[in-house]
Write a protein that binds this ligand. Structure first.
Ligand SMILES: [Zn+2]
Length: 406
């Protein structure tokens, strides 16, 4: 059967009553194939389907892996890796994954409340990611110290170990509680309350006490659609994040042979030394180029000088070409390689009154290259690295012909 319309009674959602249920027994009331994948419908389930920013649960039903869980019109669909036999079903939730989701999701409620209390920042959206979660907050900007105040308040709420309660309220009673955000749904609404402090309409799974969330840490903020998006981690993820960052810092400290807290100063010193060395190296290369140009001119039999310098940079061949045409009345055609390309520089002494740009269309008829310049200097680049020597030879031939120089 490949029907797309689900026609079953709504599933009894055990995770609403008890988000700590790791295993359960249920009855299979339907099995279907959708897009080649087997899916099963149970009378009751502890599997949370993807919803409200929280990802679905994984686990197994009678030992068959559950690979995805969705909800359609109140019916929970369990997508399986294989076929399920029998009507009696024993379900097991991947608890490590679920508890991690509960830590991140509960952490978000508290972080959102802290943003509201400290700076009246309203939460626009929430996404629980594989590595980090994000909240988009209706603020154009925030000072670092305010962001730290928010984080500090969120963690104070965690350390106060408040009870997190969930209950359903009829629509007409919704106005009696101070919801942080109006509900998206109508009818009976599920409320998640952090002990008199934060009230949200939410169908997700949460920790039963704020202390179980563990540390809440903001790790990044960025601007998006004129608002701020904060990435954060909670609980075990925060521990993992701390450990990862400690390892990065330790590796950097080892490189600098310094204490971890000295890394920024050491990096600053090293970068400043590097900048000075680069300046000195440039000066030395320039001096060397003067001698290199004189040497080339002394040995050259031709007025059209060519050379392929695989080890030089594009700036290096340009500098050499300018020296050659400055020291003598010649045309210089020089090439070098870059990462995935080759560069070609053509220069001519002004007194020769040659427009080296006229070579470009001839070269382009044979090789894909782009660039341009002035009558006495052109710089060209091509992705066809294997044609560098061909381009060089072609340019020399054309220039000899055009200039009458030999
Ligand atoms: Zn929630």
């Amino acid at each position: 059967m490949t029907e797309d319309k689900i026609n079953y009674p709504p599933t009894d959602k055990l995770y609403f009553e008890n988000s700590y249920l790791k295993e359960f027994r249920a009855r299979a009331i339907g099995q279907e194939i959708r897009d080649g994948q087997s899916l099963i419908i149970l009378d009751r389930t502890a599997f949370y389907p993807e919803s409200g920013g929280q990802p679905y649960d994984l686990g197994s039903l009678n030992g068959v892996k559950v690979v995805r869980v969705e909800e359609e019109d109140g019916v929970v669909l369990h997508f399986l890796e294989g076929e399920l036999a029998g009507e009696e079903v024993y379900g097991q939730i991947d608890w490590e994954r679920r508890f991690d989701h509960m830590q991140q999701h509960s952490g978000q409620h508290i972080l959102s409340q802290a943003f509201y209390q400290i700076i009246k920042g309203e939460t626009l959206s929430f996404h629980l990611g594989q590595e980090e979660s994000t909240v988009e907050i209706d603020l154009p900007s925030i000072k670092d110290e305010t962001s730290y105040q928010v984080e500090r308040l969120a963690n104070q709420i965690v350390f106060s170990d408040l009870e997190i309660k969930t209950y359903f309220l009829p629509e007409e009673e919704i106005s009696t509680i101070p919801l942080r955000k109006p509900p998206k749904k109508t009818g009976k609404i599920r409320i998640v309350e952090v002990d008199g402090l934060d009230y949200s309409a939410c169908g997700g799974t949460h920790c039963e006490r704020s202390g179980q969330i563990g540390l809440i840490k903001i790790i990044k903020q960025e601007k998006i659609r004129g608002h701020l998006r904060f990435s954060f981690v909670c609980g075990f993820r925060a521990l993992l994040e701390f450990e990862e960052r400690r390892q990065w810092l330790q590796a950097a400290a080892r490189l600098f042979s310094s204490e971890e807290k000295e890394v920024p100063a050491s990096a600053d010193r090293a970068l400043s030394e590097l900048r000075n060395l680069k300046k000195k190296q440039k000066k030395l290369e320039e001096n060397l180029t003067i001698f290199e140009a004189r040497d080339i001119l002394a040995k050259s039999q031709s007025k059209v000088i060519s050379g392929f310098f695989p080890d030089k940079s594009p700036d290096g061949i340009k500098f050499l070409a300018l020296h050659l045409v400055h020291e003598s009345e010649v045309i210089a055609v020089l090439a070098c390689l870059a990462e995935d390309s080759f560069h070609l520089v053509i220069a001519a002494t002004d007194s020769l009154k040659i427009d080296v740009r006229t070579v470009i269309p001839f070269l382009q008829a044979e090789i894909k290259l782009k660039g341009g310049g002035s009558p006495s200097l052109v710089q060209l680049i091509s992705g066809e690295q294997d044609k560098a020597e061909k381009a060089l030879q072609l340019a020399v031939d054309i220039l000899k012909k055009q200039s009458g120089l030999s």
